[in-house]
Design a protein around this ligand. Structure first.
Ligand SMILES: [Zn+2]
Length: 487
C-alpha cells in the first residue's frame, strides 16, 4: 500500500483491503440506524470521485480488454448474489505485485495485478472477487465509513469538503486528496470485524457456486493469501496479531466447501490471457522479466489449450517489445494454433504495423472476428486513424459509443478524428462526454461552453444549452447530497 501513489492511498483509505490483516472494529448488525448515514447515492458519489482521481494514478491500468473481462466476471458473480446489490459492480486492475484486492465505495473493486498472476485457476480469482462483492452486498463499506471512529469521520469530512470545493470549481481536488491521504496514514484504513469477513466469505461462496465456479478455488486462494502474508510479515507487520482470525475464516470456509460437491470449471481464454497480460504489465525490472520468461516457457511446454496459447502470446509480446518481429511472428503463429483470443489478434495488428504490412486489413479482420471486444474496437479505430480515414473512424466510434455507453474511452479518439475533419463543435462535445463519463462534470461543462461559442447553428446551440443545463442540475444534486452528508 505504501508504494502506491497518493490517490490510490486515498482509495485504500476508504477501501477494504480484506486480504490484509484487518483490525476488528465491531460493525453494527445489518439494518442498524447508522447504515443510513451513507446513502447509496452518496456512496456512489464518493466512489466516482475517488475513481476520477484514481484514473490518473500511474498504478491504474487502463486496458480495455482486461477491464471488460474483470468487470464482466464481477457482474456475472453479482448476478448470483444472495441479496440484491445497491451498487453496480465495476472492477479495475491495479499495477501492484502484492496479492491483494479492495472494495471501495460505490461498487468499485480494485484487483492487484499480483493477485491475478498468483491465481492458478479462474475459480481462485472468482473467489476473491466474490468475497469483495460480498462486502458490497452487505454494505460493509458504507456502514464502515459512517460509523467509524472520530479519526475516519474527520477524514471523510475533509474528503467531502474537497469534493465540494472541486464541484464549485474552486481549488484542486488533488490537494484535498493529498490532505486526506496524510490523515489516512495516521488513522490507518477501515478494518472489518471477524463477522463481517465471514459474512463476505459466505456470500462469496454462494455467488461462486451459483455462477458455475469451483468452490474449492476459495480454499486454494485462501492458502495462497496466507502464505503470501507470512512471507510479507517483515514489511507489512501486524500479521501475527490477525493470524488466528485467518485460520478461523479458513476452517469456516473449508467446512462449508466440504459439504459441497466439487464443480469442475473450464477456465476462459480471457482469464489466462488477462493473467499473462497483467504479468507483463507488472514486470518492470530485468529480473522480473526473466522470471516471467521462465514461467511462460514452462507453460508453453507443459500446459495445453488456452493456457498454452496465452503463454505463447506472452513470449511473442516480449519478442515484439525486443524488436525481434520475426521471432514474435513465429510465437504468434504457434499461439494461434493453440487457441484464440482478442489479444492475439491485437498483437497481430501491432506486428503488421511494425513490419510495414497491412495493419488496417489485420484490424478489420480482427474486428469481424471479435465484435464484442473493446480492445479490438480500439485497435481498429487506431488503424483507421493511422490510415488517415477519420470520417470512417467517426462513424465507427459513434456506433461503439452506442454499443458501450458506459465506456468513456472511445470519446477521446472520436474527438480527435472529429477535430481533424473540421467538426470542431462535435469534437468538444465528445470530449465533454469523455469527462462526464469519468466523473469530471465541471470540465465537461467548460468544454460544452467552448462548443457553444464555436457553434453558429441555432439547433446545435440549443442542444448544447440543454446538455449544459442538465450537467449543472447534476452538479447541484451532487452538491446538495454532499452538503447533507457533511452536516
Ligand atoms: Zn474482506
Amino acid at each position: 500500500m505504501r508504494r502506491t501513489a497518493r490517490t490510490l492511498c486515498l482509495a485504500a483509505a476508504l477501501a477494504v483491503p480484506c486480504t490484509l490483516p484487518a483490525q476488528p472494529t465491531g460493525l453494527p448488525s445489518m439494518g442498524a440506524a447508522s447504515g443510513d448515514a451513507l446513502s447509496p447515492p452518496v456512496e456512489r458519489l464518493l466512489g466516482d470521485a475517488i475513481m476520477e482521481q484514481g484514473r490518473h494514478d500511474p498504478t491504474y491500468i487502463a486496458d480495455l480488454d482486461i477491464n471488460q473481462y474483470l468487470t464482466g466476471l464481477g457482474r456475472s458473480l453479482a448476478a448470483h448474489a444472495p441479496q440484491a446489490l445497491e451498487q453496480r459492480i465495476t472492477v479495475f486492475p491495479v499495477r501492484d505485485p502484492q496479492i491483494n484486492a479492495f472494495a471501495m465505495p460505490g461498487g468499485y473493486i480494485g484487483i492487484n495485478s499480483g493477485l491475478v498472476v498468483a491465481a492458478q485457476s479462474e475459480s481462485e480469482l472468482a473467489a476473491v472477487l466474490a468475497h469483495e462483492i460480498g462486502h458490497v452486498m452487505q454494505r460493509h463499506i458504507a456502514r464502515g465509513i459512517s460509523q467509524q471512529s472520530q479519526g475516519t469521520g474527520i477524514l471523510v469530512a475533509s474528503m467531502v469538503g474537497a469534493l465540494l470545493a472541486a464541484l464549485a470549481g474552486q481549488g484542486d481536488l488533488a490537494m484535498g486528496v493529498a490532505t486526506f491521504g496524510q490523515a489516512a496514514a495516521i488513522d490507518r484504513q477501515l478494518g472489518f470485524s471477524r463477522s463481517a469477513e465471514q459474512e463476505a466469505d459466505r456470500a462469496g461462496l454462494q455467488m461462486m457456486r451459483r455462477a458455475g465456479f469451483d468452490p474449492r478455488g476459495m480454499i486454494e486462494m485462501f492458502r495462497r493469501l496466507m502464505n503470501a502474508s507470512r512471507l510479507n510479515e517483515g514489511q507489512g507487520g501486524g500479521y501475527a496479531s490477525t493470524h488466528p482470525l485467518s485460520i478461523q475464516r479458513m476452517s469456516d470456509i473449508e467446512n462449508r466447501v466440504r459439504e459441497l460437491a466439487p464443480q469442475a470449471h473450464a477456465d476462459s481464454a480471457d482469464f489466462w490471457f488477462s493473467r499473462v497480460r497483467l504479468g507483463l504489465i507488472q514486470s518492470r525490472s530485468n529480473a522480473d522479466r526473466q522470471r516471467m520468461v521462465l514461467n511462460l516457457r514452462a507453460d508453453a511446454t507443459q500446459a495445453t489449450g488456452v493456457r498454452r496459447a496465452a503463454a505463447l502470446y506472452g513470449l511473442a509480446w516480449l519478442d515484439w517489445q525486443a524488436k525481434d518481429t520475426a521471432a514474435a511472428g513465429r510465437q504468434l503463429a504457434e499461439a494461434r494454433q493453440a487457441g484464440a483470443a482478442p489479444l492475439l489478434d491485437i498483437l497481430a495488428i501491432q506486428l503488421e504495423r511494425a513490419q510495414g504490412g497491412d495493419a488496417l486489413e489485420a484490424a478489420a479482420a480482427a474486428w469481424r472476428r471479435w465484435p464484442r471486444s473493446q480492445g479490438v474496437a480500439m485497435a481498429y479505430a487506431q488503424a483507421l486513424q493511422a490510415a488517415g480515414r477519420d470520417a470512417e473512424v467517426v462513424d465507427f466510434l459513434q456506433d461503439r459509443v452506442r454499443q458501450w455507453p458506459a465506456v468513456p474511452d472511445f470519446q477521446k479518439p472520436l474527438a480527435d478524428s472529429l477535430e481533424r475533419i473540421g467538426r470542431k463543435v462535435e469534437a468538444r462535445e465528445a470530449m465533454a462526454r469523455y469527462h462526464e463519463g469519468t466523473g469530471a462534470l465541471a470540465t465537461a461543462v467548460e468544454l460544452l461552453q467552448q462548443a457553444r461559442t464555436l457553434s453558429t447553428d441555432f439547433y446545435e446551440q440549443s442542444r448544447i444549452d440543454t446538455r449544459i443545463r442538465g450537467l449543472r442540475e447534476e452538479l447541484d444534486t451532487r452538491r446538495a447530497l454532499l452538503e447533507r452528508f457533511k452536516s
